[in-house]
Design a protein around this ligand. Sequence first.
Ligand code: NAP
Length: 257
Amino acid sequence: MNPILLVTGGSRGIGAATARLAATRGWDVAVNYTRDAAAASAVAAEVRAAGRRAWVLQADVADDAQVVAMFQALDREAGVLAGLVNNAGVVDVAARVDEMSAARWQRMFAINVFGTFACSREAVRRMSTRDGGGPWKATGGGRGGVIVNLSSAAARLGSPGQYVDYAAAKGAIDVFTLGLAKEVAAEGVRVNAVRPGLIETEIHASGGQPDRARQLAPQVPMQRTGTAEEVAAAIVWLLSDESSYTTASMLDVAGGR
Ligand code: NAP
């Protein structure tokens, strides 16, 4: 049986590229999404075309009950989880902090931060070898696993005048990655983060700036934007045994920015 991977926000962009590449590297893949069922199903079809099993799971990662239900569905339909990519994430329109609403901050942290916390909690409950599989184990699993979190170069840059709230949320992801990695390092679970730079996906349009990545490309030392596939390659390496001694790491995939 192939190892099972859950990619949150797997319906497009970096998550979809990760699902596709992971399938070619031997993973069965569960594709999570919130709104676009057709796009998630198309990614799942590509995973199956690569000869792997695939599942499509709708859940808003910001909703704790939906996250719990998604992992329970995975237990029933797929089996023991071996990998999690906490990829689901959002930006908001460019604004200064003194223009932002509390509702915006709530959404920013609910999806980007608490969604990652909740999915990681459920994954560790299934992956950790602690006590050799205690009664709290949902699946009788406890065979170890790997978690990759999507941070951002914004966590280093701060994104002034654009979205300091998003950058701060990704800063929280970096610290969460460090702490959780050390907490579960002796329990067979590795936890790392990838910090993409300016990557050509639809996330920029969702923040009202479809050309943002291309416009800022001259600021990148490599003088170009990155692709979702280039980020996926780093994520899939961190999922693989080739990175077996790598945990609590932040991997910048940002062209030197
Ligand atoms: P994207 O193209 O906008 O895709 C986002 C994905 O997340 C979609 O599949 C979307 O699915 C899903 N999603 C959004 N809210 C969700 C929720 N509440 N619950 C579950 N799924 C949800 O984004 P991307 O550019 O690929 O970014 C992926 C990750 O990389 C994000 O964490 C982002 O912050 C990070 N990142 C991106 C860049 C970049 O330049 N693109 C740079 C640094 C970091 P639905 O459409 O179905 O809701």
